[in-house]
Design a protein around this ligand. Sequence first.
Ligand code: CUA
Length: 364
Amino acid sequence: MKTWLGKFKSITLLGLLTIVLAGCGKENLTALSPKGGSADTSLYLIILTTIVMSLVFLAVVIPFIIVLFRFRKKKGDAEFIPEQVEGNQKLETIWTIIPIILVVIMAVPTVLATFELADDADAAEHINIDVTGNQYWWHFDYQDEEIATSQDMYIPTDTKVYVNLITSDVLHSFWVPTLAGKMDVNPENVNTMYMDAEEEGVYFGKCAELCGPSHSLMDFKVVAVSEDDYETWVTDMQDFDSEEVELDAVATEGKELFDDKNCLSCHATDNQNYQEGSVPVGPDLTSFADRSRFAGILLPTKENLVDWIVDPESIKPGNKMTGAYEATSEEEAEKIAEYLMQLSPSDVTAESVDTEVLSSDEEK
Ligand code: CUA
């Protein structure tokens, strides 16, 4: 018994690891607990194909194991060669037809779902967000509302939201597993998909295409709020004027440094980035203080922001901010950070729908 166990030690270990590691992962970063119609469809297809595959697996493996043990040559058995048979038309026909039926069972719902999810005929009646992938951050452009955000994409619940995806540089892939499937982000053609959130919440988004050294840090969030809150957020964003924010002495110095160092040549602080066709060089900072993360993964604390401004390369290798501005001391960075932390157009934020979102630093 002991040797038998020993032989299967690696398999047992692998099995245990599978069970334990299956517990890893994050809520709202999984396709297995969908919170939107589009993701529901994906889960249904995952379950259907898993059931069909499991049946095939069992139908092959069970007879194989039975034959292996039952008909093996035992000690003392005489040497003999079993009767040789060649072809059996009935069996051949059966095991040709069965896989064809199984493929049809999987293909029909998959093709139907693919067409359903790709259908954008009603896009004009819904919210449209132009999304631009950049190394390594996401730009969200609300054309009709004339506002823009980076990092956090706000949507209302219970309605279809269309995202029109394009990249300013290399290939990326837009993926919010809890809300919808994955879509390639290409440089020339706009790919469109929709998502809908059934519940308010902050949903984790990832870039799912290897796009450079900081690919794994190219995270974003979808902030789903009630329709009323969404309206409030849009109005707050539209009404926001960063010039009118009351700043204390330190933040005022920070704003001056921000202007002197030409930060505005890459970053907007007043929604200027929504204009059609204009691809901003750096993330929009209009709602910086309301963000759930910055630089993809960092919590928006002053300390993190100072580290980032002083040496972005150490946090996000290959980012385009490195070297794009003159060296900044910690003291200067603190002042700039103080200023940016005042850019808060709305009370509707990721934190207002998920109070935990700012307390977890698991991504850092
Ligand atoms: Cu963008 Cu990976």
